[in-house]
Write a protein that binds this ligand. Sequence first.
Ligand SMILES: NC(=O)c1ccc[n+]([C@@H]2O[C@H](COP(=O)([O-])OP(=O)(O)OC[C@H]3O[C@@H](n4cnc5c(N)ncnc54)[C@H](O)[C@@H]3O)[C@@H](O)[C@H]2O)c1
Length: 370
Amino acid sequence: MSASSGEGRPLRAGVVGLGWAGQQHMAAYADLDRVELVGIAGMEAEPLARLGKLYDVEHRVATWQELIEQADLDVVSVATPTVLHAPIAIGALNAGVHVLSEKPMAETAPVAATMVAAAEANDRVLDVSFNHRMRGDIQALKKIIDAGLLGSIYYAKAGWLRREGIPGLGTWFTRAATAGGGPLMDIGVHMLDMALYLLGEPQVRAATAATYAEFGPRGKGGSPYGPRRDTPGAQFDVEDLSTAFLRLADGGTLLLESSWAQWIPHDQCYLAVYGADGGASVEWGGEPKEPYRKLSIWTEISGVAAELNPTPPPDRGHRGCVEDFLAKVRSGDYAAHRGVTPMARAVVVDACYASAEAGREVTLDGGTAS
Ligand SMILES: NC(=O)c1ccc[n+]([C@@H]2O[C@H](COP(=O)([O-])OP(=O)(O)OC[C@H]3O[C@@H](n4cnc5c(N)ncnc54)[C@H](O)[C@@H]3O)[C@@H](O)[C@H]2O)c1
């Protein structure tokens, strides 16, 4: 860890991974005060040179090991294929560097637990970038729920469904050995995170889930947006749709669905909560040309039925994740930030895959979030 990380000095930041996710972290570090982006790592020579120049980065290296060895970092973001999150995070933590990992935290909960153990052993911060909970509408709804406007919430539904959005047929995303799973692991985990965050972190007691792969194995369902990364005939051994029914310790239930490809009119995301005194939904999606998003509340005011459409604050996105991570690092209270809540997400995801595999309900022991 850098000797320059004392009070008031800029933190030295690095980013591993040059893809879309890594670039969000780079932009945030480059823009925020009291932190300097001093190193980036990734295997692709052209973006390494281009991004290194864009952000005037001192250390531009191919591997995460070189970054940790050479750049004298205080903090690092990990934005690589999922199975590399744990080895990189643990390597960085062992070198005394605080870590912000991209989601999903790891390919399984036991692997995520090894990351938490490394954060504990080295007394460092371990955080996971769940940027969707930084949406303005989710933050507004959180305040409304916490103020008690909806009463006690007993049912919730969350889904991220894509019409055609497999993120590169044949890339690391569609192979279990590198991604750990399909849309549940990739985008469903965002919906799970937002739902449990809004519900106040109830323990998940049981999961009944099913997974399907109807598009990917036939070479269909690749994303029409952005550069195509599909490899014809490439391996696809994860699901392309998952559905799960989760029983919560407080008696509530949560329905969670996610798909990379499905016969629907357009991409759609929704998160709905139903309480004793009111319901609410956040919806977004549509075609890139015609996106929509809406926050709605249904309740009663003095016995009169009312629909409210509050005006949310701006989205904080990845910049918000990086900002909050740096605040945790600067707080000095590392013990409160060891990645335990994101690990609990991994426990639920594991239970869903286990249920789908077994074809029956799976109960969770120790799915505690804190
Ligand atoms: N939060 C979000 O909204 C969001 C969106 C997209 C991706 N992600 C997550 O971010 C991560 C990366 O996704 P992506 O789409 O940017 O992937 P990507 O495939 O575009 O980029 C992965 C990067 O990792 C680098 N890499 C691989 N092995 C490396 C090593 N040994 N040392 C250094 N670098 C190495 C590659 O060179 C590449 O630059 C994944 O975990 C993904 O789930 C999150």
